[in-house]
Design a binder for this molecule. Structure first.
Ligand SMILES: NC(=O)c1ccc[n+]([C@@H]2O[C@H](COP(=O)([O-])OP(=O)(O)OC[C@H]3O[C@@H](n4cnc5c(N)ncnc54)[C@H](O)[C@@H]3O)[C@@H](O)[C@H]2O)c1
Ligand SMILES: O=c1ccn([C@@H]2O[C@H](COP(=O)(O)OP(=O)(O)O[C@H]3O[C@H](CO)[C@@H](O)[C@H](O)[C@H]3O)[C@@H](O)[C@H]2O)c(=O)[nH]1
Length: 329
């Protein structure tokens, strides 16, 4: 495999920083562009070239491509908070759709042949089925999902017209941290369940709210397919190899384990990890929340030979908690 230099956008963020380490560990030359709007400079190792700037800055991109000899892009940069996207939709269309378009144009102009994109299960919206495959209808329920779906559409059209192929990875619920404790999720004011729960378990919050106990699920709370961030970044490396190996092929692939956990199961796992009890408060359903969403992952397993190594809720929670404790000292 020709390990081409990879430009990671959003490499100072939660998932991007794990991807940078995984690429580096596997011997891929890697560089990062990040505007540090939600990312952290210290999440990127000092020996990785770092460009502080915007993914829509054509001049900067041209310079990076030249200096790094970029042969592939992994595009993580974006805005990721669903409720914020409802309040500020145009900001999401700008940062996620318009700036991805600009990045894609720069890539096409520079002849960069491969593009891996962070998409999301939010593109499915309120699907009729609990378990969704990649052919399920895409009907995002919020501007965030729409803004990511737009980028998928641009990529598909661009791949038909220009010599570039892409893989859009539709992440389900990403959680956990680097098993070696080098990086983890630092996001301020995070809203994701596992992050919120480990913050509570390490004393940064005094309780966790359970958003609804009357869903049509076995215990009444929401069910999601939580995927360990390390398994997710493994999928990115496999996707990159597949794009290089088959330059005429593009792919859209779900990233999840194919089974879910309820809110109560997550909170139980956190209590087991600490041998304690975080305070649970039952609250109203959150606007737009669905009962359950699980990935049909047969396509990624067949296409990439992806084999998860951390498909265990307790392990995901343990790693998230270990990171939280480490960073808080
Ligand atoms: N966290 C999840 O559960 C989840 C689920 C599905 C999809 N995703 C996608 O994964 C990607 C990464 O998410 P994350 O959770 O790591 O978020 P994050 O906020 O931790 O990381 C995003 C990074 O992108 C940078 N950034 C944002 N806009 C930029 C711009 N215009 N130019 C340059 N840098 C910019 C930020 O500074 C940050 O470092 C996003 O595209 C998100 O939509 C995340
Ligand atoms: O404090 C909390 C937070 C969440 N939940 C519940 O926990 C489940 C998971 O919620 P959350 O962690 O916020 O994830 P989702 O709402 O499923 O959305 C995530 O997963 C999507 C992909 O599936 C991504 O696009 C989003 O960015 C990401 O936040 C849901 O049932 C929530 O109602 C609570 O009960 N209390």
């Amino acid at each position: 495999m020709n390990k081409v230099p990879v430009l990671v956008t959003g490499g100072a963020g939660y998932i991007g920083s794990h991807a940078v380490l995984a690429l580096r560990d596997a011997g891929w030359p890697v560089a990062v562009i990040d505007d540090l709007s939600t990312g952290f400079r210290t999440a990127v190792p000092d020996d990785v070239p770092f460009y502080e700037g915007d993914v829509a800055d054509a001049e900067l991109l041209a310079r990076i491509f030249e200096e790094q000899g970029t042969g592939a892009i992994m595009h993580f940069a974006g805005s990721v908070i669903v409720p914020e996207s409802i309040e500020k939709p145009l900001r999401y269309y700008e940062n996620n759709s318009a700036k991805s378009r600009a990045l894609l144009e720069a890539a096409v102009e520079a002849g960069i042949p491969h593009f891996v994109f962070s998409s999301t299960a939010a593109v499915y919206g309120n699907s009729d089925a609990v378990k969704v495959d990649e052919d399920a209808p895409t009907r995002p329920a919020n501007p965030y999902g729409n803004s990511k779906l737009m980028t998928e559409l641009m990529l598909a059209d661009a791949a038909r017209a220009y010599p570039i192929n892409f893989c859009a990875l539709r992440y389900f619920n990403v959680a956990g941290a680097d098993p070696q404790g080098r990086v983890g999720q630092r996001t301020e004011g995070a809203t994701q369940l596992i992050k919120v729960a480990v913050e509570a378990a390490s004393g940064q919050r005094d309780h966790v709210e359970i958003f609804g106990t009357d869903f049509d699920t076995p215990d009444g709370t929401g069910v999601r397919d939580y995927i360990h961030v390390s398994d997710l970044v493994d999928a990115h490396l496999l996707a990159l190899e597949a794009l290089i190996g088959q330059p005429d092929r593009s792919m859209i692939l779900n990233c999840g384990y194919g089974h879910g956990a309820s809110v109560l199961e997550v909170l139980d796992a956190v209590d087991r990890a600490t041998n304690g009890k975080i305070e649970r408060r039952i609250a109203a359903r959150r606007d737009g929340d669905i009962a359950a969403r699980i990935a049909d992952n047969r396509r990624i397993v067949e296409t990439l030979g992806w084999q998860p190594k951390h498909d265990d809720l307790q392990e995901i929670v343990n790693h998230a908690l270990a990171w939280e404790r480490k960073r808080r000292g």
